[in-house]
Design a protein around this ligand. Sequence first.
Ligand SMILES: [Fe+2]
Length: 777
Amino acid sequence: MGRIVINSSQYEPKPIVGYADQVSVAPGESVQFMVSLDGASAFDAQLVRLIHGDLHGAGPGFKEEEIEASGTNGTYAGFKQDTYPGSCVEIDAAPKLDALSSLTAQVLVWPTLPDLEREQVLMSKWDDDRGAGWSLFLTGSGELAFRVKHADRDAEEVVLAGGLTATVWYLASVSFDAKSMTVRLATRAIRGSYSSRILYTEPGGRNENRTTKMLQRGLPDTAGIPTFLAARNRITLAGGRHVPTAHFNGKLDRPRIAGRALTDEEITRGVLDPNSVPGMLAAWAFENNLTSVGVKDITRVWDVTVNRVHGTTHNMPVRAMTGFNWDGTEYSFRHAVDQYGAIHFHDDDISDCKWQPTTSWTVPAGTRSGVYALRVNALVDETMEEDYLVFFVRQTTGTRNSRILYIAPTASYLAYANDQFAADSPFLETLAGAVPHMGEMDLARHQHREFGMSCYDVHSDGSGVCYSTWLRPILTVRPKYRHSITRVWQFNADMHLIDWFDRMGYQVDVITDHDLHREGHALLDGYHLAVTGTHPEYYSGGMLDALQSFVEDDGGRVMYLGGNGFYWVTGFNPEDPRIIEVRRANGTEAWSGEPGQQHLSFTGEMGGIWRHRGRAPQKLVGTGFIAQGLDRSSYYRRNPDSFDPAASWIMEGVGETERIGDFGLEQGGAAGLELDWYDPKLGSPAWAHVVATSEGHSRLMLEVRENVSLTLPYMGGDLDPNVRADIVYFKTASDGAVFSTSSIAWCGSLSYNDYDNNVSRIMKNVVDRFVGDVPLP
Ligand SMILES: [Fe+2]
């Protein structure tokens, strides 16, 4: 996908922006707020509970409730906070590497952007501030190069002519012999049938390349200079934090440093057997953390020499990637650890902005669970600027203020966090049949990617984004944010539901996906009804287990009020669950992962969609993903099943032939955007009632790819009878029950006609019956 180039001088990031450091907090716990302010010296902060966030003129408008919080509300001094994206490895202090007179640095390299027109560092012990060190890097045209500099001298440099080819593995090395003062640079292509993209050598080309050059002066003393893989140090901040630069894009495998000039044979042997090479000082084995349940201590890399010169990753480069020696015999790192010794680095990775907290809030006992934010305002250039730092106050396990529990789909918010659809995704424009509405925030986000992207985007090197973190400003999880195509998506679409509960007088307890993943089934204990958001697409196995047990074992009831739910296998970082992981493959997807890289580094399990792991959403909620289209939404009509006395109560007050949801804030109808259908082949219960089905979808509402074994000339909603949303209701033996509306647009219709409409009526019928004490008919 190409990027649109927009004049960067026009769109600045928000003058005031920030984030809450926790996804959810319970009474007694604290949340910290990180704020960056540019163009003013102070800002006001006010805690609010959010009720409705969609500014659509036909809807109820923005609603918030200010919350007393004397230690938090007030005026604060503000300052600009910097963000440093780009992943790499920083090696712990390593005196053994400080005063080398001779050196070999070697690494297997799979560059993704060799022609980036700027330097990309592979290995370095270099400091820009001091102007000293050594660096093994790729030049702007992808040629291997080595630079040495003493603080008081000009740099000396050696370049190996002939650039590397993208996504082909090379063994790259530099050696310097102090006695002869000779530097030797070498590359050797590894044309692995599976691991490299190109098999053959071009006419006139060579697989091996080398050069030598005499240096005027030897290596500098590098004591106190940090060692980096995939970057070099630019500045050291107060407190000792190093800020690297010249990030490498691509994979590295088996980096090694020796204290003498190794022979070709030793360099080759050092790849797989580093401790057999005399003088080997450090040999990092990225594969050493791989276990059958994921990458243990995922931010650490281990040195396997006696020196134990370990390192730490910055900004979560992707672990458990196929290495130079991946031979296609196994497709999971669990089964061939040695072949997954690569880490994929990106210059736009971000895992934690690491801003300074400005203020915090300790949630008082008795605080109502819900959707909260710290509202921050500042007058900048005579304009009142604002931001909302969203977080959730969760219901404490074992307490209950309602029979109804809303599960805020925070894993799905993370998957979509800071999406670049407006600028990067031509497919969205064709699905919508419309040009995206690009707001200033879309343009600013597009220009300033330091806040990271979503799992729908690709990195600057074209590889898919598979990690997403809460620890950054997420400008899409904001009240008032207008989505470029559908007006609201995810957060503000879910606020339609929060508003409906509020307006209809229901008290609702709130938890998040993160809580459900952490605590599981126990968190649902005592509730009669668990309600989803409009698009709970990203689920871990533990979250699915929790809902399944709730319905099957506890007689709990679930209202699945969205479309394309329970779809992607999702991992939470066990060391910091605020970071999630998705490995895309063979679903309806924005990008496709590379072969052999479909297992989650966080858990070791196979990624992709749950359907392909034998756990289609139809099994859990009776319906599953069938079609998507963004141009306009449609309506449902009642089916004969809705007149069966076992289900007719759902439709009380709804006429026999009336159109259900022929109105709404989400493209004009309740059945739209993404739709699910009843499919017994994939596990929809045979005894379920399909009470209503949508109709009248457009040609742009297309059946999803995983449902067809070959592409057909009729996959649009105007001809394809599969393109529909089925409202499904079923009971279980324990008096549990599920009601699924099967459309993302459903909740956008709730407020129509001052909440007096057939979508709202059906919702009320089901909620009241599901939470009541009378057994279901
Ligand atoms: Fe989605």
